[in-house]
Design a protein around this ligand. Structure first.
Ligand SMILES: Cc1cc2nc3c(=O)[nH]c(=O)nc-3n(C[C@H](O)[C@H](O)[C@H](O)COP(=O)(O)OP(=O)(O)OC[C@H]3O[C@@H](n4cnc5c(N)ncnc54)[C@H](O)[C@@H]3O)c2cc1C
Length: 384
């Protein structure tokens, strides 16, 4: 990292820390428990440039490295995971344009993504297609200078409050192999693009995740990312490593929040005449939680570093995502055990961590899929 980049990272991290402490922490419990969208916080995040964290500077972003991005996401998720989702899904959309867009698309959209004038996420999943994305049924049919989109999407984060999505469709539903008929569009809201329902969720509250319907929604042909049909799946999958590293960073954030809460409580709570951290059973949990958190962070930073160096990191990103998100799940449960009955109370943050963590094992490729990817790479890289 150059001195300039190191200074920028320190400056951004300091301001993120101050913002989270002063302007987010005091409001999380109320917003989360009542499933209220954090409008004022999002406005401040826009002012701070967080929606352009990894968008290139020439397009108005901060142009930070993946390693710096990881450190920021970790801090945000440690305070409230939903806020990291508001930024992350948006940046996955932006990165699809930055990586695969035409020059005209980059100049038109990236500056608007960086300021969050256009804000949103990615619309891939459908009622009958999640892991198996090639089974999607939403179609886009060419009609003059437009495409006409019909179909439905579900579980689309930021789609209620946002105004733009990277939309995965079939431009040729009969193509074989199926991915050759898939395309990705930059889809701004307009007639025929309808948010049909906000989904109720166990955790990840405050942030909107919705069902969408497309009924003869017209989209100009110049919104087709890269300008060529048939590359949509590849365009979205090429962002998966970065996506997995950022989900891993969220996992580290939750694992650390759980560790910090348990460490604090274990020193405050007394049973049988001593603080509970003096009981060996509690020590074993704290020891495991601390080790898991450190290991998760190191795996995540190592994958981010490989990504920044342009080194191959499919297996590394998979390992970081798998380990860090399982660490988040286990630490949140252990944190609850350390808190005894109080861990089950809505007056503590432990129960939120416990409800938020499992989502990380599902998004950006389920952890079952990660283990299969890791195993395949393990054999591939060690062929006898
Ligand atoms: C809160 C939330 C927010 C979300 N936000 C978004 C979003 O913004 N945009 C978006 O597009 N999607 C979003 N999703 C959807 C998410 O990406 C999918 O839920 C995820 O990809 C899994 O797909 P599925 O739910 O259809 O599960 P399925 O694919 O049906 O999987 C079910 C089970 O089968 C296993 N499985 C499936 N295929 C295989 C296989 N080949 N081998 C072994 N095991 C397999 C899976 O690991 C899992 O255990 C969100 C989901 C949630 C819950």
């Amino acid at each position: 990292m150059t001195i300039d980049a190191a200074e920028t990272e320190t400056m951004v991290l300091d301001s993120v820390d101050r913002f989270l402490r002063a302007e987010v922490e005091p409001h999380v419990r109320h917003l989360e428990q009542n499933d209220i969208y954090p409008t004022e916080i999002v406005e401040r995040m826009k002012e701070m440039g967080l929606f352009g964290l990894i968008i290139d500077e020439e397009y108005g972003g901060l142009g930070l490295s993946t390693t710096s991005y990881v450190r920021i996401i970790e801090r945000i998720a440690r305070t409230w995971m939903s806020l990291s989702g508001i930024v992350n899904s948006h940046l996955i959309m932006a990165m699809a344009v930055q990586r695969s867009g035409t020059d005209a698309q980059k100049s038109e959209f990236l500056p608007r993504f960086a300021t969050a004038e256009l804000r949103g996420g990615i619309a891939l999943t459908e009622p009958d297609a999640g892991t198996d994305l090639q089974a999607i049924r939403t179609t886009a049919r060419r009609d003059g200078s437009d495409y006409v989109v019909n179909g439905a999407k579900t579980w689309i984060t930021n789609s209620g409050t946002g105004n733009c999505l990277a939309l995965l469709v079939k431009t040729d539903p009969n193509a074989e192999p199926r991915h050759k008929g898939m395309s990705l569009f930059i889809a701004e809201k307009g007639p025929g693009f309808e948010v049909t329902r906000k989904l109720e969720k166990m955790g990840y509250r405050g942030i909107d995740t919705c069902e969408l319907a497309f009924n003869d929604y017209r989209i100009p042909a110049d919104r087709l990312i890269s300008g060529a049909e048939g590359r949509g799946l590849q365009q979205i999958l090429s962002g998966l490593e970065l996506g997995r590293i950022n989900v891993a960073a969220r996992g580290v954030g939750i694992a650390r929040a759980a560790l910090e809460a348990a460490t604090r409580y274990a020193q405050e709570r007394k049973t049988f005449g001593k603080a509970i951290h003096e009981h060996q059973a509690v020590q074993l949990m704290l020891g495991d939680m601390a080790t898991r958190t450190e290991a998760a962070e190191l795996l995540t930073l190592s994958a981010a570093d490989a990504y920044d160096r342009g080194a191959r990191c499919d297996m590394e990103a998979g390992m970081a995502k798998y380990f860090a998100t399982e660490a988040a799940v286990t630490n949140s449960m252990d944190c609850m055990r350390v808190h005894g009955g109080y861990g089950y109370s809505k007056e503590y943050d432990v129960e939120r961590l416990y409800r938020d963590a499992p989502l990380l094992t599902i998004g950006e490729g389920t952890n079952e899929m990660q283990r299969m990817i890791i195993a395949k790479q393990q054999v591939e890289r060690n062929k006898i």
